[in-house]
Each structure stands twice: as C-alpha cells, then as structure tokens.
Design a protein around this ligand. Structure first.
Ligand SMILES: [Zn+2]
Length: 147
C-alpha cells in the first residue's frame, strides 16, 4: 500500500478513532477508551466494547506504567528517522491494567540500564521529523519514574 499522507510518519490526528487521544495529549492528558458498562480499558480504540458490545468512553489514566518490552533503534529505516537515532521504542503496560500496552518512546534515559517491569511515567513531547518541516504532534512518551 502506498503511503500518500504528506505528513507521514506523523500520526494522522484527524483519524476519528484517535483524535481524542491526540487532543488529550496536547493538553497533557493520557486518554484511553473504557467501556461504559463493564469498566474495562480497551486499547486500541474500537467501535464498541469487545467484551459486552457496549459504548466506549475516553477516560484519563495516571500515566504510570511499567516497561513491558523495548528496542533500541540505531539504524533509521526511513529518512525521517535519521535525526532521531538512537532512540528507544517500547511497549509500556499501564498501572490501571497491565493488559493495556501502549506503543511509545522511552526518553530521558540511556538505553543500556533499562530493565523489564521498571516503572515509567508519561511525559508529553512533540514528535517531529525533518522530512515534515514545521509540523509536529504532541504525543505521550515515557521516562523512568521518579522514585
Ligand atoms: Zn464492556
């Protein structure tokens, strides 16, 4: 499939499934969808609750999580990432429900001492690429939690 969005690899903030997520991030809030009936957090957002088919609503979560898995990216696979390497991409498991894992970046850390299950906390940073000049999207990233 050809990539036709001029802003790629910036996320598509106009996607109706994810627009509230990016609106929240721009305000410093980490928002996740939750079932109105059975209270389970649902991520990625879906049309309805996969358990009970009820409606989902966006709720703010604490931003505290643990490191589930990560990779240190040292070679840019796209020109857009040349200025970013090395960087750490990760799955973080939310404290509210460790089954909910967000794909994000780990920032403000040397990659070598990272360890599984270590506590992290959300920070909101601009995601920007030299190939998309003048544009950025505020996204949740994670850093080691303050002890
Ligand atoms: Zn439900």
């Amino acid at each position: 499939m050809a990539i036709t969005r001029e802003t790629f690899p910036l996320p598509d903030v106009s996607n109706p499934f994810l627009a509230p997520f990016f609106d929240g991030a721009a305000k410093g809030e980490l928002l996740i969808t939750r079932c109105r009936l059975c209270d389970v957090l649902v991520w990625y957002p879906e049309e309805s609750c996969p358990t009970c088919s009820n409606d989902l609503e966006w709720v703010q979560v604490s931003g505290r999580a643990t490191l589930f898995s990560w990779a240190v990216v040292r070679r840019p696979f796209l020109p857009a990432f040349e200025d970013m390497v090395p960087f750490v991409t990760a799955l973080v498991a939310l404290d509210e429900d460790p089954h909910v894992r967000l794909c994000s970046f780990i920032v403000d850390v040397d990659p070598e001492p990272l360890s599984i299950d270590s506590p992290v906390e959300v920070v909101f940073r601009p995601l920007q690429f030299a190939t998309v000049p003048g544009q950025f999207v505020i996204v949740p990233m994670f850093k080691p939690a303050e002890m």
